[in-house]
Write a protein of this length. Sequence first.
Length: 410
Amino acid sequence: MKHIGIYVANYSIDGQWLQKNEEKIPGFESLQSGKGAVFSERVLKKFIEEDRRRDFSELIGAGKRSLRTFSSGEKRKALLDYLLKQNPDYIILDSLFDNLDAQSVENLKTRLQEISKEALIIQVFRRKEDLLPFIERVVFIENKEISKVCPVEEFTANPVSEEKPAGINNIPEAPGAFRNIPKILLKLENVCVNYDGRPILANINWEVKKGQFWKLTGPNGSGKTTILSMIYGDNPKAYGENVLLFGSKKGSGESVWEIKKKIGYFSPSLTELFSRRNTALEMLISGLVDSVGLYQKPTDKQLVLARSWLKTLNLEHREKQVFTKLPLLEQRLLLIARAMIKHPPLLILDEPTTALDDESALKIVRLTNLIAAESETAVIFVSHRKEKGLDPQFAYELCPAENGSKGRVL
Ligand SMILES: Nc1ncnc2c1ncn2[C@@H]1O[C@H](COP(=O)(O)OP(=O)(O)OP(=O)(O)O)[C@@H](O)[C@H]1O
């Protein structure tokens, strides 16, 4: 069996695409006869949707807690387990390692090595480091077409260039200043969280000060999203705990809405919230008025500022184009810029490089580094990957333990 790698850039290939192109991919013919399984974000979303509608998911079976409460990595592992239990003749793995911690990636590589003796593996991947060691042929896809098929040795000998200029320029200045922002923006003091009696966070102490650049890290299920939801979201677990935001205890001073005005936030799932026909320029301006999409006529000043952000991102040619039609990387850059356009005191970027290829990830990293270096905004960057070139000053790591994760500054 010759296992296949499919190296794609910033878009998804789906079952339809594969069917249309199967004859062009050597070794893929077996798809027609055997039993297949597909691991992808899209498939996972269908299971999550089923769980929402029926309060039950085949992925985990009856009597267990809802799939929706699983962490991102836990959901992906549950899907893979479910698919492998069906003993497929071939399995398509699309961006399998996104959202997974380093140890899980290593464990999965070993497990898949075993499975590759019985089943054909077709790995769709965007990051070079993800290539499974038993893949023998690599198919390159550019502009949705197969541009080349080569032996894996040729792929690894001629790595895809990561050194191209990143094409992101200096960031525009702040449109105004936020008043009465204390030096310590965020303070978690002995914060403990349990879900259904299961300890998740144990005595977390963490301080983020003005202008600092942090990476937040920790294995799947260690509690990163839980911490972020206590800061940015309205997770009720924050109330009663010592979570201080901009000087006031969460739940006692400002409303969640007021707090959100001071925090720029980006997570890949945000991209799906925007279904209106706003242009790239309008999307940037919406960050100045704290709305999802733009509903009012922008002022000249707002237009000038948004245009200078387009220049920073090298996306001036996209000004009038509909945001939702743009390539994934460009949507992400625009949404990060939207979150940053006001120069909020705190910017949270939650796994912003998920599902991107190497070159695109470098652009996100460059933009993040520039934001941290050229503004007074404090940045919290969440990622499982060691992102090449990312330059945080500090890292806060969650280390799971029986009584809940402990935190430490690295
Ligand atoms: N509403 C909930 N009910 C029960 N358990 C929950 C709930 N929300 C989260 N959990 C559990 O709490 C733990 C921490 O979840 P969280 O999403 O914060 O982890 P994470 O560090 O962000 O993980 P990942 O890297 O996989 O995204 C997980 O084991 C998760 O299953």
